[in-house]
Design a protein around this ligand. Structure first.
Ligand SMILES: [Zn+2]
Length: 148
C-alpha cells in the first residue's frame, strides 16, 4: 500500500483490528521512508482468506494464530515486531492472490523460508515445531549448517 504522503511503496502495519462487525480490517500503517502514519481499511479480502488444513477441512485465516507461532520461534532473538509484521503482510498478499485459499502447509513453508532469511535460530525452532523436516538427519544437517 502506497504512502499517501510521499507515495513510497513500502509501508508497515503497526496495528490491526477488526471493524464493521468483522467484515473489515482496520490497519494503522507507517511509511518506512517518511514515517507518515495513516489508516487503511481492508474489506473482505483478508477476512475471506481461507486456510485448507492437512485433513482437508477449512478455516478462516487468523494472523494472530500465525504470529503466535512465529513469536514462539523468535523468543529472545533479535527480531522486531516491525519485521514480523512486514513479513506476514507480504505473505498474506501472496496467499490471498490464489482464489483467497491457501494450504496450511504452504503457510508453514513460506513462513519458514522467510524466517530463514530473518534469523537462523528462529528458523530452526519454527521448522522443528512444525515438523517440516523429513527426518532426524535432515534436522541435524540444518543444525550443522548453523554452528559450523
Ligand atoms: Zn511516506
Amino acid at each position: 500500500m502506497h504512502c499517501p504522503h510521499c507515495k513510497h511503496e513500502e509501508t508497515s502495519v503497526i496495528d490491526s483490528r477488526l471493524a464493521e462487525d468483522g467484515r473489515a480490517v482496520r490497519r494503522r500503517r507507517e511509511c518506512v521512508k517518511c514515517s507518515h502514519r495513516f489508516t487503511s481499511f481492508e474489506r473482505q479480502e483478508l477476512n475471506t482468506l481461507i486456510v485448507i488444513k492437512r485433513d482437508g477441512t477449512r478455516e478462516p485465516y487468523s494472523r494472530p494464530k500465525i504470529e503466535r507461532g512465529v513469536w514462539l520461534a523468535c523468543t529472545k532473538r533479535p527480531v522486531t515486531q516491525h519485521k514480523i509484521d512486514a513479513m506476514l503482510s507480504k505473505l498474506e498478499e501472496k496467499w490471498a492472490s490464489n482464489k483467497q485459499e491457501v494450504q496450511s502447509s504452504t503457510i508453514g513453508t513460506d513462513v519458514m523460508r522467510e524466517l530463514k532469511r530473518l534469523d537462523k535460530v528462529a528458523y530452526i525452532r519454527f521448522a522443528s515445531v512444525h515438523r517440516e523436516f523429513k527426518d532426524v538427519d535432515e534436522f541435524k544437517e540444518e543444525l550443522g549448517k548453523l554452528f559450523k
